[in-house]
Design a binder for this molecule. Structure first.
Ligand code: HEM
Length: 528
């Protein structure tokens, strides 16, 4: 029996659990040997028999310098853009659990390369999982603009009760398929404009320009504006002038993308004094807050005179405005969606289009599927059509497995635990390096083979926690349904009419903040 992609996805934990052993000949026998159910409490006996934390293998900190130097680009032995290789190197050198201690001013990092342990930790994580992330944003929300964010500062960079309260207010409207369905037509319109732009931007060979990755950002910005702010921002219009609002939005998004990585990974001095880069970051964030507030106020005004007969007449934003009665909740929700919903999806799309251009056989299979589901290209897309694009979705899933856009996820332990036989104290930051675990033959059959079919056929090993592009559990990506929708609409519209090719130097993947092809994405776009 074929296994449906949805049953395997991170959104259906119960189905996932049942679908885990897809092959005959159990690939995950270690679990059976240990007999530890993934949600079981760690007993006192397990604690008593655990090896001490100090024995977890890993690079030894050098006195005074600690281990931070290893992470500092250029002078250290590990370059940040090589982070994906570094995490693999840790596995090869030290094994399935690796401690990176002695990092100045921050807790130890613990890399776990065991999908069974990752599953156990996710399933036991409790109602308020703590994902350490975005320290710049934490400082901005909790100190610099505490006046604005107050006691309900959103979900990104927020933890504990404050996080739970905010998430419970917005989760339902954002994740309901019924909400997402309403955005098929708006996202299709944005995407049609984008494809029109792409058609005009090609050179005489049909190649897209050097800065095409920036154009993908403009598309994702336009999509998120439509979803979170109920407006067309105008970022795809062909005659944007310098200093116009769309240009300022594009610049602000670009700035956030380029410099947050520098601030957080390379130059964390802003923690101690306001560096020029930090001051610019704050101004940039203030710009986004002001932008969201303005559009939300406009939406509120429109809502006052809108005739509403049922909830179905309301957009996502209007539903939140109506149910919460506080425009600030809607503003902060929009801000969070914008902050994490631009570069994630843009980088994912760069990677997906690049892989489609390189893998002609699989691209043709997607095109054929799209043509079968959508015989008439002039007919508007529906949610039901998109749902039938099984192979296309499996292709995307396979790109995520092999070239995980978000290289890993993480949790700060909120209580002591036993991981891979070691007693790990509360407060340690555990890293789940998806980019590595998704490519380990212990968890995935023939991991070096690009095989979308593996997500459909149910043959071979495929540990459901080895590759989780959107995370898992109570803190799972809030925008994943929109991310999937945007990717599917783009592929359906683009591959229905065009063949993608690539005729330049192969691009290396690198980590800037996300993991994506590094260099000019000069795809060739040829009418079918
Ligand atoms: C392909 C694109 C994307 C990928 C790979 C991705 C991945 C992720 C991951 C791994 C997390 C952490 C989940 C966890 O801790 O378990 C996350 C969180 C989040 N994502 Fe996404 N994401 C994508 C697109 C988006 C988009 C388009 C939006 C907005 C519309 C969005 C909004 C969020 C938010 C708000 C959170 C924080 C949730 C919380 O902490 O409660 N993401 N995403």
């Amino acid at each position: 029996m074929g296994r449906s992609l949805r049953a395997l996805s991170a959104y259906a934990p119960t189905a996932l659990k049942n679908a885990r052993y897809s092959s005959s000949g159990c690939p995950f026998s270690k679990r059976q040997q240990s007999q530890i159910a993934p949600t079981a409490e760690v007993s006192e006996e397990i604690f008593a028999n655990a090896k001490p934390y100090s024995e977890v293998p890993g690079p030894k900190p050098i006195p005074i310098l600690g281990n931070t130097w290893r992470m500092v680009p250029v002078i250290g032995q590990f370059d940040i853009s090589e982070f994906a290789k570094v995490t693999k190197l840790f596995l090869d050198r030290y094994g399935r659990i690796v401690r990176l201690g002695g990092l100045i001013g921050r807790p130890d990092l613990l890399f776990v390369y065991d999908a069974d342990e990752i599953e156990r930790m996710y399933r036991r994580e409790g109602p308020t999982p703590f994902r350490p992330a975005m320290p710049c944003l934490v400082k901005y929300k909790s100190e610099v603009r505490k006046d604005f964010f107050g006691e309900l500062p959103g979900v990104v960079g927020v933890h504990g009760e404050q996080w739970r309260k905010f998430r419970s207010k917005v989760q339902r409207p954002i994740l309901q398929p019924q909400t997402v369905k309403k955005y098929v037509a708006p996202i299709e319109m944005v995407t049609e404009d984008f494809i029109k732009y792409m058609e005009g931007a090609r050179d005489e060979n049909g190649d897209l320009p050097h800065e095409f990755d920036n154009d993908i950002h403009r598309w994702s910005l336009e999509c998120i504006g439509r979803v979170a702010l109920d407006v067309r921002l105008g970022c795809l219009s062909p005659d944007i002038t310098t200093n116009s609002e769309p240009q300022r939005i594009i610049d602000a998004a670009k700035y956030a993308l380029r410099n947050v990585a520098v601030l957080e990974l390379k130059a964390p001095y802003w923690r101690y004094f306001p560096t020029p880069l930090w001051t610019k970051y704050v101004n940039n964030m203030n710009f986004f807050v002001e932008l969201c507030s303005r559009y939300i106020n406009e939406a509120l005004e429109r809502l006052k005179t809108k005739k509403v007969t049922s909830e179905n007449d309301l957009s996502l934003l209007e539903r939140v405005l109506k149910s919460e009665g506080d425009p600030k909740i809607a503003t902060i929700m929009a801000l969070d969606l914008i902050l994490v919903g631009i570069d994630t999806i843009s980088m994912a799309v760069c990677s997906i289009l690049y892989q489609a251009a390189l893998r002609t056989k699989q691209q043709e299979k997607m095109a054929e599927e799209i043509r079968t589901v959508l015989p008439d290209p002039s007919k508007p897309l529906t949610y039901a059509d998109l749902d039938k694009l099984h192979y296309t979705k499996a292709f995307v899933r396979e790109v995520f497995r092999m070239y995980s856009t978000v290289i890993g996820n993480g949790r700060t332990l909120q209580e002591d635990d036993v991981i891979c036989g070691y007693h790990i104290p509360k407060g340690v930051q555990v890293v789940f390096p998806t980019i590595v675990t998704g490519n380990m033959d212990q968890f995935v059959s023939d991991p070096e083979e690009f095989k979308p079919e593996r997500w459909l056929e149910g043959s071979g090993k495929l540990h459901p926690f080895a590759s989780l592009p959107y995370g898992f559990g109570a803190r799972i990506c809030l925008g994943r349904r929109f991310a999937d929708l945007e990717i599917q609409v783009l592929l359906a519209k683009l591959l229905r009419r065009y063949r993608l090719e690539y005729h330049h130097e192969p691009l290396e993947y690198a980590v800037t903040f996300m993991y994506a092809p590094d260099g000019p994405l000069r795809l060739r776009m040829i009418e079918r």
